[in-house]
Design a protein around this ligand. Structure first.
Ligand code: DAH
Length: 353
């Protein structure tokens, strides 16, 4: 028997059956090796010892090879079976519901883009405000009847809460705490901190202590504009508002100004935009030339902070309007409460961007 040839056959076996028949062929009852073992008895003791050792060695090599090959074939068969029986248990994925910007956020972005294109910076101010910035600083002292126009959420200031001025200073001694009723206080904050000339817009939430109805909400958004420099005139204001109208309603848009009163401007004007499609004027907001008392409040505050009175001899224009109102008019939305109450998705989805 040729042991090496037998080992080669074993290593080459391609199936468990083939391996089994090789096992029988060599190690079975009548196998080649078994037969040779049987011949040992006819040998002399010397020869038998040597031959016996050889045959035993051959036997253990064959057994080892058979075992190794069997393990390899079983592993291979298992892999094949796993691959064959593999089951795809995954489902097709389901689409994630995608959100979108709230209509008011979309319009706010649109407005900011229009003003950025005119060189305005976008700045924001705090919603919890000091009475000083919200009222006194914009020429609405405590006794001023104009305060009645803006019903206010006054706050009981928690002891650990500090309202801070433009430089982080505690302004607790300048009046009560409130939720800002308009974005105009940011005019004062910004001017205290910066020197003219500049152009800004201030978007943000404002709060009114009012009964809500189809056209009133206790919380809404405003956009405030302010431009200050040495020679700013009402013509600049009209130019900017006209540019705003064109940005919103196209090149043919017209604007209209009508005299009105706001404490922080003189002269003051409400403005409207011509909505060609519907052939009507949209009364949008207030505007005017910054009142000297506002500049004075800013200069006084700056002086108190050790800064130069940078607003002597300056002029400026300002405007402010509610963003919801623009949305209501533009899209013919019947009720302002649809924006924030009950999270009305059926309503909001119509304006998915
Ligand atoms: N702050 C005013 C309001 O909430 C709106 C406004 C009017 C702002 C005239 C201005 C302005 O800056 O010049 O009713």
């Amino acid at each position: 028997m040729d042991t090496d040839a037998a080992l080669k056959q074993i290593e080459a076996a391609q199936s468990l059956e083939a391996l089994q028949s090789l096992k029988v062929q060599y190690l079975g009852k009548n196998g080649l090796l078994t037969q040779q073992m049987k011949t040992l008895g006819s040998l002399s003791p010397e020869e038998r010892k040597e031959r016996g050792r050889q045959l035993n060695e051959a036997k253990s090599r064959l057994e080892g090879a058979l075992e190794a090959r069997e393990a390899a074939l079983r592993e291979k068969a298992l892999q094949e079976q796993l691959e064959k029986e593999a089951l795809d248990v995954s489902l097709p994925g389901y689409a994630f519901p995608s959100g979108g910007l709230h209509l008011i956020s979309q319009i706010q972005q649109e407005l900011l883009d229009i003003f950025r294109s005119m060189g305005h910076s976008v700045v924001e101010g705090p919603e919890v405000e000091s009475e000083f910035f919200n009222f006194d600083g914009v020429n609405m002292p405590e006794w001023h009847p104009a305060r009645d126009m803006q019903d206010t959420f006054w706050l009981q200031k928690p002891e650990h809460f500090t309202i801070r001025g433009p430089f982080g200073e505690d302004v607790g001694d300048l009046g009560g705490a409130l939720l800002r009723t308009h974005t105009s206080p940011m005019q004062v904050r910004y001017m205290i901190q910066h020197t003219p000339p500049f152009k800004i817009v201030v978007p943000g939430r404002v709060f009114r202590y009012e009964q809500t109805d189809a056209s009133h909400e206790a919380m809404f958004f405003q956009l405030e504009g302010l431009v200050v420099g040495p020679d700013i005139t009402m013509a600049d204001l009209k130019g900017a508002i006209t540019e705003l109208a064109r940005g919103l309603f196209g090149a043919e848009a017209k604007v209209r100004f009508q005299p009105t009163f706001f404490p922080f401007v003189e002269p003051g004007a409400q403005f409207a935009m011509w909505w060609a499609e519907r052939e009507r004027w949209l009364e949008l907001g207030g505007s005017g030339m910054v009142h000297p008392n506002v500049f004075k409040a800013v200069n006084d505050y700056r002086e108190k902070m050790g800064l130069p009175r940078a607003y002597e001899g300056m002029t400026g224009w300002a405007f402010g309007f509610g963003i919801e109102r623009l949305a209501l008019l533009r899209y013919g939305i019947p009720d302002i409460r649809y924006f924030y109450q009950q999270n009305r998705l059926s309503f909001l989805r119509q304006f998915r961007n």
